[in-house]
Design a protein around this ligand. Structure first.
Ligand code: CTP
Ligand code: CA
Length: 226
């Protein structure tokens, strides 16, 4: 197979992408997090670089190599992730692919939490994290803003309401209850949802590698970015 150079349709564009999980500390040795592998966000970063964009990848803790040509910024918590994204603005395109923890501990214990003698449970007090993708979409200098929706039921209804509520230009809806799809997997199948003239449109992208899927998602975005 002869490798053709990819069309440089993102040449001169600045792209910021979040990827991976966030970790929210409970004490010096414990945290709250999730199973995000970061693979989809890293594949999107690689796809954007390949098409000529300058890419900052704001990444939670993952075990993936840095895609060649990508500026990776490592963060741990959601608060740090938002600050790192804001440090990379302005940009033309923002893709919020990270599985951001919705809550963090109301107070991080300075010392390791100890069990009590009483044979009872433990109640953690949590507070809401900032919504990174909604914060970026609400800026006066908003870039073209893309979010993801990880759902286990009513995929299109929930993703459609996230599209509107967060004022996104595009949402990539991901059914994380399906076997071999999404979290941790090398493959994924998604539905793209966006609005034109107050109508929600959708496009299904069938099961394929995350690298191929990233290319298809970026094709769709590049057509609308110009
Ligand atoms: N997101 C974000 N900041 C957060 C939470 C989510 O930027 N604090 C982004 C994710 O990166 C993703 C989109 O919002 O692009 C949707 O994330 P998801 O967890 O599916 O939606 P939530 O709005 O958090 O709703 P819920 O978890 O209650 O379904
Ligand atoms: Ca969430």
């Amino acid at each position: 197979v002869r490798m053709m150079p990819v069309h440089q349709d993102l040449a001169g564009k600045r792209v910021v992408i979040t990827a991976g999980p966030t970790r929210e500390a409970l004490d010096p040795v414990r945290y709250l997090s999730n199973h995000s592998s970061g693979k989809m966000g890293y594949a999107l970063a690689a796809a954007c670089v390949e098409r000529g964009a300058s890419v900052s990848l704001v990444s939670g803790p993952v075990t993936l190599p840095i895609p060649p040509g990508v500026n990776r910024i490592d963060v741990t918590s959601a608060t740090e992730m938002l600050a790192a994204v804001e440090s990379q603005l302005p940009c033309d395109l923002f893709i919020g692919c990270a599985a951001v923890a919705d809550y963090r501990a109301a107070a991080v214990s300075e010392h390791k939490l100890k069990k009590t003698d009483a044979d009872s449970g433990l109640t953690l007090e949590l507070v809401r994290n900032p919504d990174i993708v909604a914060t970026i979409a609400a800026r006066p200098d908003r870039p073209f803003t893309v979010g993801f929706a990880a759902e286990t039921q009513s995929l299109e209804t929930h993703a459609g309401s996230k599209l509107e509520r967060k004022r996104l230009d595009l949402i990539v809806a991901n059914d994380v209850s399906r076997e071999g799809v999404g979290f941790g997997s090398d493959d994924n199948a998604v539905t793209l949802l966006w609005k034109t003239h107050d109508q929600i449109r959708h496009l299904e992208l069938p099961l394929q590698s995350k690298a191929a899927l990233a290319g298809a998602i970026v094709d769709h975005i590049a057509d609308r970015l110009t």
